[in-house]
Write a protein that binds this ligand. Structure first.
Ligand SMILES: Nc1ncnc2c1ncn2[C@@H]1O[C@H](COP(=O)(O)OP(=O)(O)OP(=O)(O)O)[C@@H](O)[C@H]1O
Length: 329
């Protein structure tokens, strides 16, 4: 469905001086600076996959996605999405893809979403029957029947995001780009958006998700790609990514006696939520669970304990650091 081969993008910018002297100098000679935002990346994505495309600020996510959506030409390399070259066959391509941006609206502030939907019907040339069927189904799934005739400006953020999804899905795209789709939403709205995405993905619609919300990643993605300094540093199943933490687990404890800050090797304090409540990271290769539990029980008296695999956040922190990126580059 998506094939990316040796894709690169280099931006050329002019360096500006800081001092007056430097500024005057650049009027005569403007030194150029090249930024390799995407640096020779290759991957394929199959139909029906749900891929999280992640990376720290400035890693090259937007640049890659702009090339995949066809708004930006690459400096080198090839991309085929749905058998088309996005920036060359844009008209054909946009009919088959959709996009939802959490920070940018495709709706129109002063008119109701239902009118904006109808405009999209005309733009994409969706036949009446198909439009009515799709709209009815999406409205039912997202429960927006009551609100879609109100002007967009009167809608809550959660209601508006549901309508943004309808806008993006009305022409039945095969591939959908999601950029921070749950940003700013409360837990209930987040869950209804996420369950809608899962429903659509069950129908083999491919989703590429960029987000800084790792809960979205944990609850939606099957595969995670991490880009850093323009290179793909990880491309793995979510489960594979978790197992990178290896023997590390998190332990939440309530004890009878306070646990001191100095801890034996293999333990690291993650946080304290009260004088007798804390969360530790335990490396079970260094300190296996059994001796840890008996030592803690004897020394501090364990009242309550929960052991969990560390959340994906811990893996990401490691991956987003420069050294790790270099290691994989
Ligand atoms: N139009 C441009 N001209 C020059 N440099 C650019 C341009 N767009 C992006 N860059 C640079 O390219 C690099 C990658 O930027 P990009 O926007 O792709 O990152 P990102 O991963 O999407 O970051 P964020 O999470 O902050 O949106 C950055 O160093 C950025 O400053």
């Amino acid at each position: 469905m998506i094939e990316v081969k040796h894709l690169s993008k280099t931006y050329t910018t002019f360096e500006r001086g800081h001092t007056l002297r430097e500024v005057v100098k650049t009027l005569v000679h403007r030194p150029m600076k090249e930024i390799r935002a995407v640096d020779d990346i290759s991957f394929t994505i199959e139909q029906g996959e749900m891929v999280a495309f992640l990376g720290p600020n400035g890693a090259g996510k937007s640049t890659t996605l702009k090339m995949l959506t066809g708004v930006l030409h690459p400096s080198a390399g090839e991309v085929t999405c749905l058998g088309l070259v996005p920036w060359k066959q844009r008209r054909q391509y946009v009919r088959r893809v959709g996009a939802v941006f959490g920070q940018k609206s495709q709706l129109i502030w002063d008119i109701p979403p239902s009118d904006a939907f109808y405009m999209n019907k005309a733009i994409y040339g969706v036949p009446d029957k198909e439009y009515n069927e799709t709209l009815d189904e999406l409205v039912e799934l997202l429960q927006v029947g009551d609100i879609m005739r109100k002007p967009t400006r009167q809608l809550s953020l959660g209601e508006r995001m549901k309508c943004e999804f309808i806008m993006a899905m009305l022409h039945r795209p095969e591939l959908v780009f999601l950029d921070e789709p749950t940003i700013g939403l409360d837990m209930i709205a987040k869950e209804s958006i996420r369950s809608f995405i899962r429903r659509m993905n069950e129908r083999k619609i491919t989703f590429i998700l960029t987000t800084h919300d790792l809960e979205d990643v944990e609850l939606l993605a099957e595969r995670v790609m991490v880009i850093n300094h323009g290179k793909i540093v990880v491309d793995d199943a979510l489960s594979g990514l978790r197992s990178r933490l290896g023997a590390k687990k998190s332990v939440r404890l309530t004890t009878e006696q306070p646990v001191p800050d100095e801890l034996p090797p293999g333990l690291r304090l993650l946080q304290r939520s009260g004088p007798l409540e804390l969360e530790l990271e335990i490396d079970t290769d260094v300190l296996p669970l059994k001796p840890f539990i008996s030592h803690f029980n004897e020394s501090y008296g364990i009242l309550d304990m929960a052991i969990e695999a560390l959340p994906i956040e811990a893996v990401m922190k490691q991956l987003y650091t420069t050294d790790h990126a270099k290691e994989h580059a």
